[in-house]
Design a protein around this ligand. Sequence first.
Ligand SMILES: [Zn+2]
Length: 521
Amino acid sequence: MVLIPSLLRSRSIVLLFLILFTSLPLSAQRPLGERAVKSKIDHEVTHASQSVTGRECRDHVAWLADDARGGRLAGTLGAIDSANYIERFFMNQSLKPGGLNGNWRQSFIIPGRTGQRGPLETSNLLRLKVSEEALRSVDLKYASEFLPHADSPDSILSGDCVFTFGDLIASDPRGRDPLKDRIVILPVPEALSRKDLGDFCEQITSRGSTGLILVGEGAVPADLQRPDSWTLGSGDRLPIPVVRVFATGCNKLWKISGRPERSWIFQSTDDGPLPMGRPRIDLEIRREGRDLSQGSNVLARFMGSDPQLRSEFVVIGAHYDHVGRGMIDGLSRGGKGEIHNGADDNASGVAAMLEIAEAYALLSKKPKRSILFVAFDAEELGLHGSSAFVASSGYDHEQLHGMINLDMIGRNDLQSVMVGKRSSDVSLGIHLARSAKALGMTLEEEGMEEFLDRSDQAPFLRAGIPSVFFFGGLHDDYHMPQDDLESVRPEKISNVARLAFLTSWFLANEAESVSSEPTSN
Ligand SMILES: [Zn+2]
């Protein structure tokens, strides 16, 4: 959940609210939507909800809130790895990609971070192989034998090579373009200006090239002490990965190619770009923190059964990012430099979302509407993932039937949970009350208005989509390095996950939602 400085001062008031209202039931709801509550909860649905266990939730939190994730600051490797973990889990439940054009992801730019990049990782790889199947391969040494260009996009790439000495005109214009789908190897006798490099990249990219390897005198960095600054990044991304290969690296390259460099140069001067039989290249460029301005939501669908209603979605969301090492002002409440694992905030919500996805996958009877799971990125930096989703996910707002947000649900009382929603979303309230009753849980609504703007339900509410925020309540470790696995209560997570699962089931199956006239909130 987003930290608001003023809240820290009023925290005691919030806690007072918590204490005062913990034992109060949901304010009495008049049974407006009788049709929504008439039937008993299907046995199979109850059974699926029970598949959510505290142990499984704890396992997810343990992985996401491990020190190895480094606090999951948006854009850092720990966050990227977490997104991959979530995507893999969705895949393993046989869910379908939920993004545009069959993508698992929705990428977006995090405002205010344009051009911010993390340092290159030493695990960058440039491997030369005799052939795809070859057992023999040679890895170039990072920094001493090769370096990615500072403006190179991060990438994982395999491909065959084409040699050119700069002249890109193919000798046989009727044939296949030799640049297409190949990595270009280009000797640079003198240092190449950033503009010339950019222009050259544009040119070969338009012809289908997938990467560029610079070799020769001009590829030698001026300052090998600081590899990442060998060419200062301009902040302008190159369209394809660009790598420079230095002396001994070049020797390895020519050796595997079967010919010395000068022989390639002679022939290509006459014939134009020359496809190379070998080497075949594996290239990986990764940065610790890659492009810090890139956010990535992870989306997965579980399709409903009703021919008409299945084009509508109930969104179940949880943000997976946290505040890293607390180095960004305004995000941490203490412990600058220490890893903030964010076990409650919000590994707990992600764990619940994943287990809800698994519960749906277990059902043979599908809900009428579809379910869309969204793991939001960059929530802590200002709800950027959820804002990007609502603004440009490709789903019309009319298709979004409701939204359930899970953020910080792993602490405090096991049998009660705070729920933030608009009182005007009447049928949502009915579904919540019914689900809570079935599970013997208590809902606390009082004092939640002030939290409605502070997590990923906010952009959905602004778009007029009925939404509910499940929240376990604040605690002393909120946005502190002490928000660790040990203090999370796995049974709280599984209880809230079951509640959210049932609520989503009722939302997905209702004939239509009942809302009173729009009110002030
Ligand atoms: Zn937070």
